[in-house]
Design a protein. Structure first.
Length: 147
């Protein structure tokens, strides 16, 4: 299996989500550093994966612990349902492609999409979303180093 971060494997969680049309989306996240990304099905035994909905409460708690917030819009189940949807997957890809996968702070490779606000969560305008690398997403936006 491909390494997606440099943290010890004990922190790695792989999940699957099955959509209504039968499409299966595989996802990786690290409970230590917060790296989160899609995983090609060819790289993993899909049948061995836990269902995303079964591990979602742990994912929410991990983000709360990592980022130190309880009352943010992303700290609820509806947010995670949306963020694991096919609709968000397509919107996320659109924004990454628009900016050539470049973090808009440090100019390294972007993996995350940051919401500048949550006023239109689920129906965002493109100008409300910017691509960031994981380090900038956590250190600058969620830990308040810049706004």
């Amino acid at each position: 299996m491909t390494a997606h971060c440099n943290c010890d494997i004990k922190y790695h969680v792989y999940t699957k989500k099955t959509y209504g049309n039968g499409t299966i989306h595989c996802h990786f996240f690290c409970q230590k550093c917060g790296v989160s990304r899609s995983v090609p099905k060819k790289d993993i035994d899909v049948n061995s994966l836990k269902d995303y909905n079964d591990v979602m409460p742990a994912l929410i708690q991990m983000h709360k612990d990592l980022l130190g917030a309880d009352n943010e819009p992303w700290a609820n189940v509806d947010y995670y349902n949306y963020m694991s949807s096919e609709e968000w997957f397509n919107k996320r890809q659109e924004i990454l492609d628009k900016y050539d996968h470049i973090c808009q702070i440090c100019y390294y490779e972007a993996n995350d999409i940051h919401h500048l606000n949550y006023a239109h969560l689920g129906n965002e305008y493109n100008f409300e979303l910017i691509p960031l690398c994981r380090a900038c997403h956590i250190n600058y936006y969620h830990k308040g180093k810049i706004k």
